[in-house]
Design a protein around this ligand. Structure first.
Ligand SMILES: Cc1cc2nc3c(=O)[nH]c(=O)nc-3n(C[C@H](O)[C@H](O)[C@H](O)COP(=O)(O)O)c2cc1C
Length: 201
């Protein structure tokens, strides 16, 4: 069984955390959720979901103060951790190894165990502290994954944009059943430009 730890913090983009939980349930991935107080605030503000409805989407839910929970230890076998969305505050705490709540402790454990850690950071524009913290997390083996949508599949709804990011995140987290759309190259109707000339990132 794949086990995924999901952190939800108080950045805009609560929908990414919620869709990740929904997809994990659909795919049979076992989820451990930690949402910060600011995360819960934004889940309610942006999606109208209260704490109980959010936690019902996870297999297990922990509060940030529950520092003795299973996910606080490297001996607990979780394959990966995703923080979606990830604030600059939580990014800073992870970059500096603070472990000041269950979410940042679980992220610290994920890094020390050399497991996949994905941070869906959300802020714009970035200041130097944000950029330095993203560099530090990358140097430690974490993956900074700002949820920036691609438009080359010509999405027609916000839900489609969100789901494309969610599938890519799940794939990077090691969920074999995740199915992000594959780029097939530009067709003959691309105005004479080859696929190599416009290969998406
Ligand atoms: C409506 C709202 C939107 C916010 N959006 C962001 C954001 O996009 N990125 C960010 O870094 N902080 C954002 N914040 C600020 C964080 O919620 C705040 O720094 C908080 O202390 C983060 O705590 P946490 O990381 O423990 O969730 C937002 C706050 C509110 C109230």
């Amino acid at each position: 069984m794949t086990r995924l730890i999901l952190g939800i913090t108080g950045a805009s983009g609560a929908v990414y955390g919620v869709r990740l939980l929904e997809r994990c349930r659909h795919l049979g991935v076992h989820t451990h959720l930690v949402a910060t107080p600011a995360g819960l605030l934004n889940v309610h503000h942006e999606l109208g979901l209260d704490r109980r409805s959010l936690e019902a989407l996870a297999d297990e839910a922990h509060s940030p103060g529950e520092i003795g929970a299973c996910i606080a230890s490297g001996s607990f076998p979780a394959e990966a951790m995703v923080v979606a969305p990830c604030t600059m505050k939580t990014l800073a705490a992870i970059a500096h190894g603070l472990g000041d709540n269950l979410l940042t402790r679980a992220a610290d454990v994920t890094l020390k165990e050399r497991r996949r850690l994905l941070l869906l950071v959300r802020e714009t524009p970035f200041n130097l502290a944000h950029l330095r913290n993203m560099t530090a997390v990358t140097e430690m083996g974490g993956i900074v994954f700002p949820p920036l949508p691609a438009f080359y599949h010509r999405p027609t709804s916000i839900a489609e944009l969100v789901d494309e990011t969610v599938e890519r995140v799940l794939q990077l987290a090691g969920v074999a059943e995740a199915r992000p759309r594959e780029w097939q190259g530009l067709g003959r109707d691309a105005g004479g430009q080859g696929a190599a000339a416009q290969r998406p990132g």
